[in-house]
Design a protein around this ligand. Structure first.
Ligand SMILES: Nc1nc2c(ncn2[C@@H]2O[C@H](COP(=O)(O)OP(=O)(O)OP(=O)(O)O)[C@@H](O)[C@H]2O)c(=O)[nH]1
Ligand SMILES: [Mg+2]
Length: 561
């Protein structure tokens, strides 16, 4: 005989016995509950002062008997619903409410998150008889955005719900809706912004969430909704509180999202804690960025570096458990380091990481040789650095008449490109474009891209390109400066280049540049290049290396506007 689950502590043996015998009862497939079973549940409830529930399958067999307390009841683990599935669970919950109260928030949450066929609550009358019945079922997508429908029946004899056919009809409707939605083809994401009020305040969290939208767009996911959570106390298991997480999960079910992206780097245990509560795919900011890199990597070098970064991120998250793993590691459209690789054990991942590291070391040695040859020709090197999408590649193209890919997405460039740039008086320099930076740049990515970023070590001058028209310009400059510091490049001479001057009212970019000791240009319109080249010329050949301008900007940021 199966066991009774839940709050059984302190029940009398006779009561437990009565509860166990519930497993023997059968209900016909069409009935939500039989009058006999309803009566039995009501009686035991009255006697114990606790809610009693059963999970019935579609044949009408009792699959679980659960005891709660006076106000609620916790379901045993019935496994997770599959994300985006049009199937229901094939189980209905029938339980008692001691005071005939309507369905609770927990009842609705269980209905939705477990995708139960139905949740019903039977009123327990004074004499232990069943009274009215509240019940609810899920709804297909509808204009009102309602997830479920609540109904009341005056008694168990007047329950107008066919427990056999109604769920099937609902599943058909879900299937139709999901087929319609699938024609779009893109994954649907719900974004969750997060701030702890310390490391990241509200304004920062908002800006970062806005950027996450851009990242999502670049990754090719459709953003169905975004929400911001501020929370001082970070939950070590789930980041945000349980209630908030449930709200988000409900919302994502309602919007038929496939993936939830957190704008905060989740610790391995948080990622697992959240994944345990849902079957949706869970990504964090780092993974989304890694995903974009994986999509965009063209060269063999780039691909190696991305794979290394992905595996290094994944490694501590591989703790040899269930299927939550593949969802944690999937990436957009399953473009993680590959589902098959995820199933291999940690050892093999470790081996792969070691092998990749070795290849990247070799690669870096190669690059070193190449750079040395180049340097033997004695040409100075200018490296373009800056926030992603600032216009670095556009600037390189415009200065050297070349055609490096430049587009309005984040991380358009992953592989460094070098070109020759001729100065007016026949002097030549090498100018290189490289991968863009972003706030909270994943550490694993910086490590993996060291071969690429090492190039910057050879630079005689860094052109720090900023998008002068971006409202978050200052934060972006600060983020880039901090990454340069991490890369130990902060001693390099650098020049702030305020790009996209054409997007601001005339004179504004020039004023900004003047305040910060930089220059204003429009790479797109090839404006301001004379002044830019003249400054580079001076910094490379006349003044030597000193360049206090950027430091001054960082110390006393100018207000725009
Ligand atoms: N209006 C305007 N748009 C510009 C200018 N320079 C670049 N852009 C646009 O900004 C977007 C990003 O340009 P990219 O050159 O790809 O930027 P990037 O810094 O190389 O970006 P990543 O490689 O992704 O880090 C593109 O859509 C460009 O057309 C400019 O001077 N004015
Ligand atoms: Mg670029």
């Amino acid at each position: 005989m199966q066991e009774v689950s839940g709050n059984t502590l302190g029940l009398k043996p006779s009561q437990l016995h009565a509860l166990r015998r519930t497993y023997r009862r059968r209900v016909s497939a069409e009935d939500v509950v039989s009058p006999e079973l309803a009566r039995h549940l009501a009686e035991v409830s009255l006697e114990t002062g606790r809610q009693i529930g059963v999970l019935l399958d579609r044949k009408g067999d009792v699959q679980a008997v659960i005891v709660g307390d006076a106000r609620k009841l916790e379901l045993p683990d019935v496994g997770r619903a599959r994300a985006g599935s049009h199937r229901l669970r094939g189980l209905r919950l029938v339980h008692t409410h001691l005071h005939g109260e309507p369905l609770t928030r927990d009842d609705h949450t269980d209905l939705a998150l477990l995708r139960l066929d139905l949740v019903a609550a039977i009123e327990v009358l004074a004499g232990g008889l069943p009274g009215k019945i509240h019940y609810a079922h899920l709804l297909p997508e509808n204009a009102a955005g309602a997830m479920w429908k609540d109904e009341v029946a005056p008694s168990v004899h007047e329950l107008a719900w066919d427990a056999a056919s109604a769920p099937l009809a609902l599943e058909d409707e879900f299937a139709r809706a999901s087929a319609l939605r699938r024609t779009g083809g893109r994954e649907r994401a719900l974004l969750v912004g997060f701030g702890d009020g310390k490391k990241r305040g509200r304004a920062d969290a908002e800006a970062s969430l806005e950027e996450l939208r851009e990242l999502a767009r670049t990754a090719g996911v459709a953003v169905v909704d975004a929400t911001l959570q501020m929370r001082r106390e970070i939950d070590p298991r789930t980041l945000i509180g349980k209630g908030k997480l449930e709200d988000i999960l409900l919302r994502s079910m309602q919007l038929m999202a496939d993936v939830i992206v957190f704008d905060w780097n989740l610790s391995p245990s948080q990622a697992r804690g959240i994944a345990d509560a849902t079957s949706l795919k869970i990504l964090d900011r780092t993974q989304l960025i890694l995903d974009i890199f994986a999509q965009r990597a063209q060269s063999a070098d780039g691909k190696l570096q991305v794979e290394l970064a992905q595996l290094e991120y994944l490694y501590p998250r591989l703790v040899g458990r269930d299927d939550s793993l593949s969802r944690l590691a999937g990436g957009i459209g399953g473009r993680g380091p590959g589902e098959t690789k995820l199933e291999i054990d940690r050892r093999r991942v470790r081996d792969r990481i070691t092998a990749l590291e070795r290849r990247i070391d070799a690669l870096s040695a190669n690059r070193h040789v190449r750079r040395k040859q180049r340097n033997e020709r004695g040409l100075p090197v200018i490296s373009i650095v800056g926030y992603t999408n600032a216009g670095k590649s556009t600037l390189l193209n415009a200065l050297t008449n070349s055609s490096v890919v430049a587009e309005d997405v984040l991380f358009a460039t992953l592989d460094p490109t070098s070109r020759r740039l001729r100065f007016p008086d026949e002097r030549e320099v090498i100018i290189t474009d490289t991968v863009g930076f972003i706030r909270d740049l994943p550490e694993d990515l910086v490590n993996a891209f060291r071969a690429t970023l090492e190039e910057l070590g050879d630079a005689d001058l860094l052109l720090h390109v900023v998008d002068a028209a971006d409202p978050h310009l200052e934060a972006q400059v600060t983020a880039v400066e901090s990454i340069l510091r991490d890369l130990e490049l902060d001693a390099k001479p650098r020049l702030l280049v305020f790009n996209k001057a054409d997007k601001l009212p005339p004179g504004q970019a020039a004023a900004l540049a003047h305040q910060a000791g930089g220059v204003a240009v429009s790479a797109a319109r090839r404006e301001g290049f004379d002044a830019l080249l003249e400054r580079c010329d001076r910094m490379l050949w006349a003044d030597g290396k000193a360049l206090p301008a950027t430091a001054a900007w960082a110390a006393a940021p100018v207000r725009r506007g």
